[in-house]
Design a protein around this ligand. Sequence first.
Ligand SMILES: Cc1cc2nc3c(=O)[nH]c(=O)nc-3n(C[C@H](O)[C@H](O)[C@H](O)COP(=O)(O)OP(=O)(O)OC[C@H]3O[C@@H](n4cnc5c(N)ncnc54)[C@H](O)[C@@H]3O)c2cc1C
Length: 486
Amino acid sequence: MQNYQCNIAVVAAGPSGLAAAVTAAENGMDVVILEKSSVTGGAANMGMGPFGVESRIQKANMIAIRKEDVFREMMEYTHWQTDARKLREYIWKSGSTIDWLEDMGVEFAGPCKYFPSAYPTWHAVKPEGGGAPGPRCAGTMNKVLTNRATQLGAKLLLNTKAVSLIKEDGRIRGVRALDTQTGEEVEVRSDAVIVATGGFGDNPEMIDRYAGCTYGKDMFNIRIPGVTGDGMRMVWEAGGRKGRITMEKIIWSRIPHNPMETSFRQPCALMVNSLGDRVMDESVVENASVSANIISRQPGARLYSIIDSRLVNYYRKKGVDYPSGIGIGNDLTHFEEEFESLMAEYPDCVWEAQTPEELARKIGIDEDTFCETMEEYNLCCEEHVDDIFCKSYHYLRPLTGKLYAMEFCPGAYGSLGGIQVNYKFQVQDEEYRPIPGLYASGTDTCDIYGDTYLFVFPGNTMGYAVNSGRLAAEHAVEYIEDLAEE
Ligand SMILES: Cc1cc2nc3c(=O)[nH]c(=O)nc-3n(C[C@H](O)[C@H](O)[C@H](O)COP(=O)(O)OP(=O)(O)OC[C@H]3O[C@@H](n4cnc5c(N)ncnc54)[C@H](O)[C@@H]3O)c2cc1C
C-alpha cells in the first residue's frame, strides 16, 4: 500500500485538474495529483485552446467583447436553464486565466473564431516548435501547467487510477486508488478532494444510459482512452447529486482526420437525408453542434452533403466560404485526386456520379425524391431565391456538373456534465447541500450550455475546464483555511 498525506488531492491531470493543482499549490497547499494515464493533459492534448473574454491579448488585438454581453447571450441561448451564478463566475474569471497562463509561459496566437459568425474568444496555443496553431497545440499548455504544478511541489502520481472517495463523519477525507503498473493500492489522505476526470466519452454503456444515444449507431464520438466516467461514479457513490448530462455534439464524417470534410461543409452544398429530402439552410453548417442536432433528427441519423465539379472549381479560385476552424482542408487544388483516394478507402462514406439518379442509387437514398429535390434546389439557385429554407442568395449555386457526396453523422468531443456542483464548485448532495471537502470541475460538471454546445464562443469547454479548476481550488483553499480556524 502506498500512502500519501496532503491538503488537496486532485483526481486527474487534464487541464481542469492541472489548473486546480497549480492554483492550490500557488496558495501554499500540499497537493497530490492522481492521474490514470501515463501522461498529463487528457482530451485537451488533442485540442487547440481555451475560451477567454477581456484577456490582455484580446485588448491588444482591439477585440472589445464584454463579459456582460457574453453572459447575457449565453443565458438567452440556454433559456436560463443553466446556473447563472456558476456561469458568471466562469466568464468573469476567463480573461484573467488567459493572462495567468501567459504569465506561466503559455504563448497564444491571436484570439480566433471557429467559423465566420462566431466571436474571437478562442485562445489557440502557439505550438512548441513555432508555426500556426493546429490540432493538438494545446498540449503545450498542458506541459506548462504540469511543470508549474510539480515545480511548486505538487506530487504527480501517473498510472494511478482513483477508485473511491474516503468519507468520514460526512466529510471527504481523501481518495483510494490503484497503481496500475504495480497493482499496489494507493491511499491519499487529504482535507479536500477535487474531482476532474473528464466525463465518459470512452464508455459506450454510459453514453447509452445517460446521453440518450447509442455509440456506433447514432453517435460516433471521439473516445479519449480512459475517460470512462470514473469521477462521476465515485462522486455519486459518495452521495453527490447527478447533474444534467449531454454529449458535446459535432457534425462528423466517420472518416478519421478527414481534411476533405471542409469541402463538404460549405454553405453552397446541398444537404439531403436518406429519404432524398433537403432538410436545412445549408449555411447553418458552419456551426458544428447545431449541424449535429439537425443530423440526429434525420432517419438513421445520417445526412448527405452534395457538391459538384463547378463548385469545386469556384472554391479553388475564390477560396471556400467557410475555412476550417482548425486550418485543414481549405485548399482544393488536388480535390479530384484526393477524392479518388478517399473513395477507394471509404466507399461507404463518399461517392461520385455523373447524374442525380446515379448518385442516389450509389448512396442508397430514395432516387425519385432526390431527383425532385435536385430540380427544386437548382430552380431556387437559378432564381436566386430560396423560398424553402431562406438560404442567402450568396450561397445559391446550381449543381449541374459532376456530383460528389459525403455522408455525415453525429459525433462528439465527449460527454458534458454529470456531477452537480454549486457556483463554488462544491459537490451537492441530493438536498443540494455541499458535501464538505468535495469539489468537482471540468467536463464532469460542465452543464452550462443547455442542450447544445455553443460554438459561437469557441474554446468554451477547455475554457470551462481551466477556469472551473482554478475556481474549485480557490474555494477548496478557503475551506481548508476555515477548517484550520475551527
Ligand atoms: C479532438 C478534440 C479537440 C478539442 N479541442 C478543443 C479546443 O480547441 N477548445 C476547447 O475548448 N475544447 C476542446 N476540446 C475539449 C477539451 O479538450 C475538453 O473540454 C477538456 O480537455 C476537458 O478537460 P478536463 O480536465 O475536464 O478533462 P480531460 O481533458 O478529459 O481529462 C480527464 C483526465 O482524467 C483522467 N482520468 C479519468 N479517470 C481517472 C481516474 N479514475 N483516476 C485518475 N485519472 C482519471 C484521464 O486520464 C484524463 O487525463 C477538444 C476535445 C477533443 C477530443
